[in-house]
Design a protein around this ligand. Structure first.
Ligand SMILES: [Zn+2]
Length: 189
């Protein structure tokens, strides 16, 4: 839910949906299905209702930043427009206005489910990923918005283990390019 209560973003089995206060769909971002083993792109629930592997799927999550400017979402990938589709789980930063993907990075997880951990700083967000008997790793992300158009945005992600996250920008524009970095982060249990 946005801080002004004018937009809600829902994390689903095959897409993110942003809905305004009147109930109208503002945008949708499809991603690989959380059903296992599926990872297909779906347009609707009816496509997989009743199909094996979809009754109790793994699941991601999403959260709007404290200032309402970005949506952070943990999804299964690839995304439909990916040039080189590769099965993975990724953390996306999207523009709240139109769902445009601003930055993305692999979370290096095999999630059973996840929760976002909000932070009062609009540029920070936490992600707790449940992996069953393998534990509950924490990711921490930072989204730095440039002060001027000539400076690139920068995304920093930290993991609760020493395995680094490799990030990348999804925008070809040099003025809005996002750089993802990774650092080690003390394990928080
Ligand atoms: Zn599916």
């Amino acid at each position: 839910m946005s801080p002004t209560f004018d937009l809600a973003v829902f994390s689903g089995q095959h897409a993110l949906h942003a809905v305004d206060a009147a109930g109208a769909l503002r945008w949708r971002v499809r991603h690989a299905c959380w059903g296992s083993p599926c990872s297909s792109f779906h347009d609707s629930y009816e496509e997989y209702a009743g199909i094996d592997g979809h009754r109790h799927p793994d699941w991601g999550s999403c959260r709007i930043s404290a200032d309402g400017s970005t949506v952070w979402a943990h999804v299964r990938t690839p995304l439909p427009d990916d040039v080189e589709p590769k099965p993975d789980e990724e953390w996306l930063v999207l523009d709240t206005l139109d769902g445009r993907v601003l930055g993305r990075a692999s979370t290096d997880n095999a999630a059973a489910g996840s929760h976002h951990v909000p932070h009062p700083d609009p540029g920070q967000m936490g992600l707790s990923v449940g992996e069953g008997q393998d534990g509950v790793p924490l990711r921490w992300g930072r989204w730095d918005v440039p002060d001027s158009p000539s400076t690139a945005s920068r995304m920093t992600t930290a993991a609760s283990s020493t395995s680094a996250l490799a990030g990348r920008s999804s925008s070809p524009s040099p003025t809005s390019r996002a750089n993802w970095r990774s650092t080690a982060f003390p394990t928080v249990l």
